[in-house]
Design a protein around this ligand. Sequence first.
Ligand SMILES: NC(=O)C1=CN([C@@H]2O[C@H](COP(=O)(O)OP(=O)(O)OC[C@H]3O[C@@H](n4cnc5c(N)ncnc54)[C@H](OP(=O)(O)O)[C@@H]3O)[C@@H](O)[C@H]2O)C=CC1
Ligand SMILES: O=C(O)C1=N[C@H](C(=O)O)C[C@H](O)C1
Length: 266
Amino acid sequence: MTIRVAIAGARGKMGKEAVHTVMNNPEMELVSALDYKEIGRTLADTHLFPANFTVPIFTNLEELYSETAPDVFVDLTTPEFVYEHTKNALELNIRPVIGTTGFSDEQLDELKVLSKNKKIGCIIAPNFALGAILMMKFAEQAANYLPDIEIIEMHHDQKKDAPSGTALKTAHLISQNRTIHPQGHAGEKEVLEGARGANYDGMRIHSVRLPGLVAHQQVLLGGEGQLLTLRHDSFNRGSFMSGIVLSIKTVMEKEELIYGLEHIID
Ligand SMILES: NC(=O)C1=CN([C@@H]2O[C@H](COP(=O)(O)OP(=O)(O)OC[C@H]3O[C@@H](n4cnc5c(N)ncnc54)[C@H](OP(=O)(O)O)[C@@H]3O)[C@@H](O)[C@H]2O)C=CC1
Ligand SMILES: O=C(O)C1=N[C@H](C(=O)O)C[C@H](O)C1
């Protein structure tokens, strides 16, 4: 069976790459795109894609659904819109595959309930790159032995959310086994606000934004006289595409929300 896919955010850095990935996959058909601006009737009209990319663009998800009936809705947009998109897709019985970051814990909990009640699969993946998933899993394991941890995430300067979804997910995974405790000197004082980074159960998260970067993260785990550094680099957005393909195929078989690709890779 061919999987019918719709993409939101097709004009963006990730979206453009995902459009080509789905178009080139023989097991999938890109049936529509969702935008919030009137940018043309089809992807070809935007001049960002070849003339034969006659995939229709909609600005309304219900209309997109009634005219193109996608099985899967891929979202690569922005933190402002992604919760609404995911909720609306589930309500229309379209399976969401979400790469957009910036969900609150409350939003994730609500979507988990909705997905379960509707028995509609949903995958929310803060990072689609296999190497990044491994970095997070190794960090979770290493934290059992070295629980003093600082995360440094480094991204391009067009990124809207901080800290990154990957850094938050890493901290969340680690926190499941790490006893909450403050790090650094008990009497430390920030001379410049923010110098010690964000505080997640005592772990510190530092967000670097610079032109030239794509997506990079280091997890530093300190112990007496030693430091373990786990690092992952995405040098281009092709690094995320195999995770998107895996998620589109896997979400077809699920009936609940899965948060993180670590739950679906063997
Ligand atoms: N999970 C993962 O592995 C990865 C996740 N990401 C995440 O994916 C998201 C997109 O990243 P990236 O491609 O770099 O960002 P871009 O800003 O390049 O792309 C986002 C696109 O979405 C469009 N857009 C905004 N709002 C809507 C909407 N309501 N409906 C449809 N389209 C909309 C934007 O249009 P306009 O600019 O005109 O507003 C833009 O073209 C981010 O949240 C990022 O963190 C990124 C890389 C990997
Ligand atoms: O905005 C990005 O670029 C990325 N966002 C995701 C995140 O917030 O972790 C995934 C990856 O790091 C790239």
